[in-house]
Design a protein around this ligand. Structure first.
Ligand code: IPE
Ligand code: IPE
Ligand code: MG
Length: 251
């Protein structure tokens, strides 16, 4: 707890806030981390889970309200079958193993993405983990699994059509409200580890005004100091939302 960042001048909309209210992370570089060490790619994923635990704990300690992690994209099915099934096993293990700790840390778990493609038992584990943590009031931890930004937007459109919303009636607020992360404010900051500077079909709608932070560090090497470096970078930025710098400063 000694590394808590002091909050100052926190506004409810996150502007000028000392810590971002919502951090989203593309956890990339597990495979290259392992390959560099002559280890199988899976060793990188296993080490990556350890980083997840450390980053979640750090976010709890820093009073961050929402942490959203990209764990498996809708495009990741294209990987070798063996890697996909090892990733599924790891997801199972994490769900079973971490649920008690989430209770202790007052964490509310959410899993978003097209879960219908997962095995029934995994879908059931997700349902149990979500319902057991639903009343927790601390950090909302969202795991994006079989998630794709395209899927999310199309899904929202289909929900609106199913409600009988007619041509010309869809508004931005309505579409937002039907996205799978409608319960959270849009991310203030997106972190991508692993050196690539792309979104890879992550939260396409919700990242419209997020501050991007790219680091070459592979996800298994990302640590609490690296998280604090990202938060420090965020704190130095001026979020203008289309306005001029002068307008933002007089607010
Ligand atoms: C991210 O690491 C984890 C997943 C996509 C599941 P990668 O597995 O993409 O690692 P690299 O990019 O190959 O190093
Ligand atoms: C993005 O990483 C998905 C996750 C981190 C889960 P990828 O490694 O799959 O991204 P691309 O394919 O290199 O863009
Ligand atoms: Mg990758």
């Amino acid at each position: 707890m000694n590394s808590i960042i002091k909050t100052k001048n926190v506004k409810s909309d996150g502007e000028n806030a000392a810590v971002p209210k919502h951090i989203a992370i593309i956890m990339d570089g597990n495979g290259r981390w392992a390959t560099k060490r002559f280890l199988p790619r899976f060793a990188g994923h296993a080490k990556g889970v350890k980083t997840v635990n450390k980053v979640v704990e750090a976010c709890v300690n820093r009073g961050i309200e929402y942490l959203t992690l990209f764990a498996f994209s809708s495009e990741n099915w294209r990987r070798p079958q063996e890697e996909v099934s090892l990733l599924m096993q790891l997801f199972r293990k994490v769900l079973v193993g971490e649920i008690r700790k989430m209770g202790e840390n007052n964490i509310r778990l959410k899993v978003i993405g097209d879960l219908s493609k997962f095995d029934q038992d995994l879908q059931e584990l997700v349902r149990v983990a979500e319902s057991e943590t639903a009343a927790n009031t601390g950090l909302t931890l969202t795991i994006c699994a079989n998630y794709g930004g395209h899927w999310d937007i199309v899904n929202a459109c289909n929900k609106l059509i199913a409600k009988g919303i007619g041509q010309g009636e869809i508004t931005e607020d309505m579409l937002s409200a039907h996205l799978s992360m409608a319960y959270a404010p849009e991310p203030d900051m997106l972190i991508r580890t692993g050196g690539e500077a792309r979104i890879s079909n992550f939260l396409l709608w919700q990242l419209a005004y997020s501050e991007f932070y790219f680091t070459d560090t592979f996800w298994p090497d990302f640590d609490v100091q690296a998280l604090d470096d990202a938060i420090t970078s965020f704190q130095k930025r001026e979020r203008r939302f289309g306005k001029t710098s002068e307008q933002v400063q007089v607010q």
